[in-house]
Write a protein that binds this ligand. Structure first.
Ligand code: TPP
Ligand code: MG
Length: 547
């Protein structure tokens, strides 16, 4: 028989379960079906509710929080149209394997059957983009469902999960046991035999190269990857989508990022006789090419947790499913001493060359050269700053100018779905309250979720947004010209009226200024970094498209 003194409502049980799973912030946008949760929030002050003014903003903020902390995050959106709004951001979270519990309120069971306003079954909507989608149909099942969702989201391959919460479940009361959290320790090492075989194969290679992927960040294996590269005396290339701090840039073996130009990647890799993929999909491309990025007959070793990626697009001689940190710790001592190689054209050398040429040729260009702007941003930021980059063409050189210093120091657009960065940066700052956060967001990208700035202002976050404003969708113009020889850019200019980002930002409570002269960049950045914020600097940059 239920004991009345231990009665708990579904809404309170839900919040207590999240808190017990280690969730500190609930990112959300409420509607009537979420009111039970809003009703229960005051009773659970350990959980900070972060209001986002559109569901894609809500999910991107949660995504940023997790990417900058490695933690499980939770977000709550409104029924069918709200979940629909969240889909682009959910796609991004799936792409990066973000451990995220997404929930939505749902009409009461039975009431939904009458098809009231706003109703649609939710799990089929979420299903294609999550590891697990479920609707709660009995309050007694809620603990099992939330516990399982948290376990699924955090177990490699990590990723988002979805729970639909009908109103009758949230408002019901029962004396349920909330249970306990389960975490799967997936830090596995390969067998001794596999380690010995890996060491033998690696030592036999004449000219191996390493591709550093995002799994080095999730496995917290940056130091181990550096030791491994040194023992192998192999050059390291960042994966083709530079969306994280995937290797320590200033390490002597680091050469910089692979491009997403199939021919370039193929030519570069052809110098090597063995490719060592440390995690994920290191050779993910963007636009079609008849050329394959992997040279004919290239031998490949692939280590990591994401077995879906192994042998996905090309054969892999040795595919080992294991944790990268533990594997590299065990493997590196087996490699013996290689004689030291000088990587003359490493990241640091290239950075110095790029810096010199920008100082020489671009410092006085008007409109401001976007690469020069990135140089100034990289220079202005303190060493412990965190950067979020959705600058598209304007931010492209940032990873070449700003060193990755720790696993959470850099977060770039991963999936290609824009509108992520301006909101994700809010989550990044919330996860790292003591580190300055600077977000570089293209003018076009900024307009997908600009209202995220309201949340930054509401929470008085000390962050700085830099908007390189080139007046349009420059990357699309470049591609229309390159792929179709067409320079009639219909639907790619943000003019008539031009968007006034300073006024927009000010209207949302953000301190803002506009910069159009190169020598104004540095003082504007200094002012922003000194001001508690949030701050926004709109920088008018060159948007011309070369012929
Ligand atoms: C969600 C989404 N919608 C549309 C696109 C197509 N798209 C790719 S880049 C781009 C324009 C980006 O403009 P901006 O941020 O100003 O960068 P720029 O190209 O000017 O450097 C668009 C519309 C996309 N990638 N994702
Ligand atoms: Mg633009």
């Amino acid at each position: 028989m239920p004991n009345d003194s231990q009665l708990i409502s579904g809404r309170s049980a839900f919040l207590r379960l999240l808190i017990d799973e280690g969730v500190t912030h609930l990112f959300g946008n409420p509607g009537t079906t979420e009111l039970p949760i809003m009703h229960a929030l005051p009773d659970h002050p350990e959980l900070t509710y972060v209001l986002g003014l559109q569901e894609s903003v809500v999910v991107a903020m949660a995504d940023g929080f997790s990417r900058a902390s490695g933690q499980l995050v939770a977000c709550n959106v409104h029924v069918a149209p709200g979940l629909g709004n969240a889909m682009g951001a959910l796609f991004n979270a799936r792409f990066t394997g973000t451990p995220l519990i997404l929930t939505a309120g749902q009409q009461e069971q039975g009431h939904g059957l009458t098809e009231p306003m706003l109703y649609n079954p939710l799990t089929p909507m979420a299903e294609p983009l999550v590891k697990w989608a479920v609707e709660v149909s009995r309050l007694e099942d809620l603990p099992r469902i939330v516990r399982r969702a948290a376990k699924i989201a955090t177990t490699p391959p990590t990723g988002p999960v979805f729970i639909s919460l009908p109103g009758d479940i949230l408002n019901d009361e029962s004396s349920i046991d909330l249970g306990e959290s389960t975490r799967v320790d997936a830090r596995t090492r390969p067998s001794d035999e596999a380690l010995a075989a890996l060491a033998e194969r690696l030592t036999a290679a004449r000219s191996p190269a390493i591709v550093a992927s995002d799994e080095l960040v999730s496995a917290d294996a940056l130091a181990e990857a550096a030791d491994f590269a040194e023992a192998l005396e192999a050059p390291v290339y960042q994966q083709s989508i530079p969306y994280g701090s995937h290797f320590l840039s200033e390490h002597r073996c680091y050469m910089g990022g692979l491009t997403r130009d199939q021919k370039q990647v193929r030519n570069l890799l052809a110098r090597h006789d063995l490719l060592v993929m440390l995690g994920g999909d290191g050779l993910r491309m963007s636009v079609w090419s008849e050329t394959d990025p992997l040279p004919e007959g290239m031998r490949v070793i692939h280590i990591g947790q994401l077995d879906w990626e192994m042998g996905k697009n090309f054969p892999v001689e040795m595919a080992v499913r294991a944790d990268l940190k533990e594997t590299l710790r065990a493997l590196t001592p087996l490699l013996g001493d290689a004689s030291e190689v000088i990587f003359a054209d490493n990241w640091s050398a290239k950075r110095d060359r790029l810096t010199e040429s920008l100082e020489r040729d671009a410092a006085s260009q008007r409109p401001i050269n976007p690469d020069y702007l990135m140089l100034r941003v990289a220079r202005a930021l303190p060493d412990h700053a965190i950067v979020v980059n959705e600058g598209l063409t304007a931010g492209a050189k940032l990873p070449d100018l700003l060193p990755y210093r720790d696993r959470y120091s850099y977060h770039g657009l991963a999936s290609g779905g824009i509108g992520w960065g301006i909101a994700a940066a809010v989550g990044v700052q919330l996860a790292n309250p003591t580190r300055p956060v600077c977000a570089v967001i293209g003018d076009g990208s900024a307009m997908y979720s600009f209202q995220a700035l309201w949340t930054a202002a509401h929470l008085k976050l000390p962050m700085t947004y830099v908007i390189p404003n080139n007046g349009g969708y420059r990357i699309l113009k470049q591609r229309l010209l390159a792929f179709h020889g067409n320079d009639q850019f219909i639907g790619m200019d943000l003019e008539d009226p031009a968007i006034d980002f300073v006024s927009l930002a000010k209207s949302l409570g953000v301190t803002a200024e506009k910069v159009s002269e190169p020598d104004q960049i540095e003082p504007a950045l200094a002012r922003a970094l000194a001001n508690p914020g949030p701050n926004l600097i709109e920088v008018i940059v060159d948007g011309s498209v070369g012929h």
